[in-house]
Design a protein around this ligand. Structure first.
Ligand SMILES: *Cc1c(COP(=O)(O)O)cnc(C)c1O
Length: 423
C-alpha cells in the first residue's frame, strides 16, 4: 500500500469532505519556507502552515531549545507544581503584552485559549453575583471549533449543525471602511441591556473570514464603549499575534487595552501545540477568595508544558531579533509593491495589506461558498504549481513565514497572477 492509500484508510482530516477531496500530498521534509513531498516535489508554504510558522520549518534554533528542554524536564504537572520555563515565559509575556495584562493561564490551542477567556468572563460575573450570560462577537468571526469558541464563531458553514446547543452570542457588523458607524451604533444599542459579559473580537484582521481588515481607531471606540458599560473585551490574537500585523500584537496599534488576550499559533514558532490566555489583575482578583468555589476550575493535562514554554521563549527571542524584524518589514514592502501592481487588474476587486498579510478579493458575480467551486479550482491550481495557498471563497491571501526569500515570494505573486488568468 502507498502512504496515500494508508492515509485514506486511517486518517480523518480537518475541514475535509473525504468523498470529494483529492489525495493529500505526503509531506516528508521542511526547511525555511519550503516543504517537499514523497516524490520530491517542492512547495512554497505561503500560509506558514495555517499561520503558525514565522521562522521557517525545521528551524535549528527552535529545535535546539526544544531538545535541551526535553532532556532536562519534558513535562511536569502544573497543578500543585511550577517550573522555571513557565515562570520565565509569563514574565516575558508580561513585558511584551499591553501593560495591563498581568496573569497568564496556559492551555493547548487557540480554541481552548478562547474557551478559557469566555469561561472566565462568565464566572467573573457569577462570582460577583451578577447575571451576565451572553457574549457579543463580530459577524463572520472565527474563534475556534470547541463549543464556546464555536458559538462565538460566525461563519455558519462551520457551526450550522450545532445551532441550538450553543452559548448565546449576539453579533455586530464588522467595522470595515464605511461600516464604522453602523457597527458602533449596533454595539451601543445592545449594551443598553445589561446581559453581556464580554465582547470578543479578532483585532484588526479577521483571519478565517478572508483576512478582512478594519481600523484601530474604531476598535478603540468599541473597547471604550464596552469599558463604560462594564463589559469585558477579549482580543483573540491567536492569528494576529507575534508579528503578523507588523507589530508584535495587533493590540499594539491601539490606545485602549483589552481586558483579556488569547494567544496560540505562532506562540511556539509552529513547533509545539500551546496557548495562553492573559488577564488583568482585576479579573484575577474576582477569583481570589477564601471560598474554594470561586476559583477557576479549568485545566488541561498539558497546561504549561515545559517543552512548550521553552519553545515559546525561544520563539519570542527569535521574533525580537533585529534580523526577524527586518524580515517582517521586507515582506511588508514586497506585499505593498505587489499590491500596487495587481490592484488595477480587471479581475481584482480589492486588495489589503497589513504587516506580512496580503489579501486579494476576486471580482465575482454571485456569492461564493467558503469551500466552493472557484476556491477549489484555485486551490488545485496553486498546489499543482507548488504553492500552498488556501483561498476562502473569492479571497486569496498570503501569510508566509517571515524568513521567506524574495525569490520565493515573487514566485507566489506570479503564480497568483497566472491563476487570475485561468479563472
Ligand atoms: C486558528 C484560530 C483559532 C483556533 O485555534 P486552534 O488552535 O485551531 O484551536 C482561534 N481564533 C483565531 C483568531 C484563529 O485564527
Amino acid at each position: 500500500m502507498t502512504l496515500s492509500e494508508k492515509d485514506t484508510l486511517y486518517n480523518w482530516h480537518p475541514y475535509t469532505q473525504h468523498k470529494t477531496a483529492f489525495t493529500h500530498p505526503v509531506i516528508i521534509k521542511g526547511e525555511g519556507a519550503l516543504l517537499w513531498d514523497e516524490n520530491e516535489k517542492e512547495y512554497i508554504d505561503a500560509i506558514a502552515s495555517w499561520w503558525v510558522n514565522p521562522f521557517g520549518h525545521s528551524n535549528r534554533f527552535m529545535a535546539d531549545a526544544i531538545y535541551k528542554q526535553l532532556t532536562t524536564l519534558e513535562h511536569v504537572l502544573f497543578g500543585g507544581f511550577t517550573h522555571k520555563k513557565a515562570i520565565a515565559l509569563s514574565e516575558k509575556l508580561a513585558k511584551i503584552l499591553p501593560s495591563n495584562q498581568k496573569k497568564f493561564f496556559y492551555s493547548d490551542n487557540g480554541s481552548t485559549a478562547v474557551e478559557v477567556a469566555i469561561k472566565v468572563a462568565l464566572q467573573y460575573f457569577h462570582n460577583k453575583g451578577e447575571k451576565k450570560t451572553k457574549i457579543i462577537a463580530f459577524e463572520n468571526a472565527f474563534h475556534g471549533d470547541t463549543f464556546g469558541a464555536m458559538a462565538a464563531s460566525g461563519i455558519s458553514f462551520f457551526t450550522e449543525a450545532f445551532q441550538g446547543s450553543l452559548l448565546e452570542v449576539v453579533r455586530i457588523p464588522v467595522p470595515t471602511k464605511g461600516n464604522e458607524e453602523n457597527s458602533l451604533k449596533t454595539f451601543e444599542d445592545l449594551l443598553k441591556t445589561n446581559e453581556y459579559a464580554a465582547f470578543l473580537f479578532e483585532p484588526l484582521v479577521q483571519g478565517a473570514a478572508g483576512m478582512v481588515m478594519y481600523a484601530p481607531e474604531v476598535l478603540d471606540q468599541l473597547i471604550h464603549v464596552a469599558k463604560e458599560n462594564n463589559v469585558f473585551t477579549i482580543a483573540d490574537e491567536v492569528m494576529t499575534g507575534f508579528g503578523k500585523t507588523g507589530k508584535n500584537f495587533a493590540c499594539d496599534y491601539l490606545q485602549e487595552q483589552p481586558d483579556m488576550m488569547c494567544l496560540s499559533k505562532a506562540l511556539t514558532g509552529g513547533t509545539i501545540p500551546m496557548a495562553v490566555t492573559s488577564f488583568t489583575n482585576e479579573i484575577y482578583d474576582a477569583f481570589y477568595d477564601d471560598d474554594t468555589s470561586k476559583a477557576l476550575f479549568h485545566g488541561h493535562t498539558f497546561t504549561a508544558n515545559p517543552t512548550g514554554c521553552a519553545a515559546a521563549l525561544a520563539a519570542i527571542e527569535l521574533l525580537e531579533s533585529s534580523e526577524m524584524q527586518t524580515n517582517i518589514q521586507e515582506v511588508n514592502k514586497q506585499h505593498l509593491a505587489f499590491q500596487k501592481q495587481i490592484e488595477t487588474h480587471p479581475k481584482v476587486k480589492t486588495t489589503r495589506v497589513l504587516g506580512v498579510i496580503f489579501a486579494l478579493e476576486i471580482h465575482v458575480d454571485s456569492q461564493q461558498d467558503y469551500y466552493g467551486a472557484l476556491r477549489n479550482k484555485l486551490y488545485s491550481f496553486f498546489i499543482e504549481n507548488g504553492v500552498i495557498l488556501r483561498p476562502v471563497g473569492n479571497v486569496i491571501y498570503i501569510l508566509p513565514p517571515y524568513v521567506i526569500s524574495k525569490k520565493h515570494l515573487d514566485k507566489i505573486y506570479t503564480t497568483i497572477e497566472k491563476a487570475l488568468a485561468i479563472i
